[in-house]
Design a protein around this ligand. Structure first.
Ligand code: 5RP
Length: 229
């Protein structure tokens, strides 16, 4: 089965976790595109969606879903997004689609984060996928040097300006043994808008499209369920 089909399976399963009258936060990427299409089939049952990027907004509008302003929403939000890598603790690298800042804002505002992935995204140690960092353009040289001191190889993502008018550095060569400490450290560099490490804000539910079915993992205190559907 092709990877895209595994992504689709995960995205379709996520619909089961969307409760009536909920507000759905929507991430960015190819897996999320399948989710947006599936969500449009139950659009009358939800209050609306919060979008994490211009590209997702375009797809959301195409399917006739109602986009809400995060600043005007007071009900709990269920956030659904993909990931570039995820470890056993449900810590993630995100930002392959350059939407990491708004993704982190919505994830932080949400009461639940449902991560939808294909099985190739599961890793033991984060860092094989280059770690994206959105930065203010004038801080480029300064942050590049900081990253080299941390042992990473920074590369400017070419021909890209984020939805927020910033640039992205992708950091290669990191073996991220302690995501939480690295997230804090990189966040402390002036000029960093967002680092694509999601270790403080993690997934609550991970839905994995696999060759043999769909696996659902729950990250709840005192409750470590593993279901196959
Ligand atoms: C976008 C992201 C995406 O969730 C991540 O890149 C995964 O994308 P895809 O579903 O296309 O594999 O973080 O900023």
């Amino acid at each position: 089965m092709k990877i895209d089909e595994l992504k689709k399976k995960a995205a379709l399963t996520a619909i089961k976790y969307i409760k009536e009258n909920s507000i759905v936060g929507i991430g960015t990427g190819s897996t999320v595109s399948y989710f947006i299409k599936a969500l449009s089939t139950i659009k009358k049952k939800i209050l609306g969606v919060i979008s994490s990027s211009i590209s997702s907004s375009e797809k959301i509008k195409k399917y006739g879903l109602k986009i809400l302003d995060l600043n005007k929403v007071f009900s709990p939000i269920i956030y659904v997004d993909g990931a570039d890598e995820i470890n056993e603790k449900m810590e993630m690298i995100k930002g392959g689609g350059a939407a990491l800042t708004k993704e982190k804002i919505i994830a932080a505002s949400a009461s639940q984060f449902i991560c939808i992935i294909d099985e190739t995204k599961q890793v033991k140690t984060l860092g094989n996928f280059p770690l994206p960092i959105e930065i203010i353009p004038m801080s480029y040289s300064f942050i590049k040097n900081k990253i080299i001191k941390l042992g990473g190889i920074p590369k400017l993502r070419k021909n890209l300006i984020t939805d927020n008018g910033n640039i992205i550095i992708d950091v290669y060569g990191l073996k991220i043994l302690n995501p939480s400490i690295l997230e804090e450290k990189i966040n402390s560099f002036p000029g960093v808008v967002t680092v694509g490490l999601f270790s403080k804000i993690k997934a609550d539910i991970v839905i994995i499209g696999t060759q043999s079915g769909v696996e659902v993992l729950f990250n709840k205190k005192n409750k470590n369920l593993k279901l196959m559907t």
